[in-house]
Design a protein around this ligand. Sequence first.
Ligand SMILES: Nc1ncnc2c1ncn2[C@@H]1O[C@H](COP(=O)(O)OP(=O)(O)O)[C@@H](O)[C@H]1O
Ligand SMILES: [Mg+2]
Length: 297
Amino acid sequence: MGLEIVVRDVFKIYRIGKVEIQALRGLSMTVEDGELVSIIGPSGSGKTTLLNLIGGLDKPTAGSIMVGDLEVAGLSPRQLTDYRRKTIGFVFQNLNLIPTLTAAENIELPMIAMGIPRSERMRRVKELLDVVGLPHRASHKPDELSGGEQQRVAIATAMANDPPIILADEPTGELDSANARMITEYLVKVNKEFEKTIIMVTHDANVARAADRIMRIEDGVIKETLEPTSLIETARPVSYTDQIKARIADVDRQLRNLDESFRRGEIDGDEYVKRRIRLKNLRLSLEDELHRLGTVA
Ligand SMILES: Nc1ncnc2c1ncn2[C@@H]1O[C@H](COP(=O)(O)OP(=O)(O)O)[C@@H](O)[C@H]1O
Ligand SMILES: [Mg+2]
């Protein structure tokens, strides 16, 4: 079973020194119990911030986030930990499995945290490996699995404690289109068969279209809600090259913010240099990736 999610007038303001970044600006949205919603929108528009708030990884600056009967914005740190374990399953973009553990052990881990007995854990691991079609990969470590297989294990891991809600942040971001399609199909399966409420953030119109509804976020608010069929006409699939370009633009924006806060004396020289080098290196590796793809930034 799933749960309904009602987000009302949520603001999230990040402060870096004295600089304020308004990541969410009065965002409201409702996701029904058992619904699969995808969220699309440009880089930096607040997609990850929104998922982090719904998932209890961070707190809104203002506003309300009701998940079932629970006001997530009002939970104590201890209650949040409990909420994250029981209510939310996370699937991230960058294949977030523990590299030293096998597929089965990765899936088992969240159940250990919940104190589930070993025999029950074993039964559930087997069941979940079947759900994602990987019973033959139980004892493989992540680096012995393809990107698509790793992400299927990540879905099984997110399902371990049978949470009513799955939050997926660009779950196909690092996959080729065939694997992206497969991961999308598994998320749809989890939604339909297990009636989980799912929110998935994606850059890929082909992935977004698999949802019941598509919400477009821009500048920290939901700009429009679309039916999947309408996206077929309006949106073109965003290529990997375009995604890299969007990330470079995002890094450039962060560089400008950083320069600005240094100019205003809000961060000291050491901190400034440290952050600038990190961002510059990130930009260089993104540029390398573009060159590798035969494109010039
Ligand atoms: N921890 C943070 N500290 C400061 N600024 C942040 C932080 N996380 C995100 N931001 C900023 O908030 C805005 C929204 O970011 P994010 O939610 O990651 O967007 P998206 O996932 O849509 O690319 C961006 O301007 C980003 O730089
Ligand atoms: Mg993001």
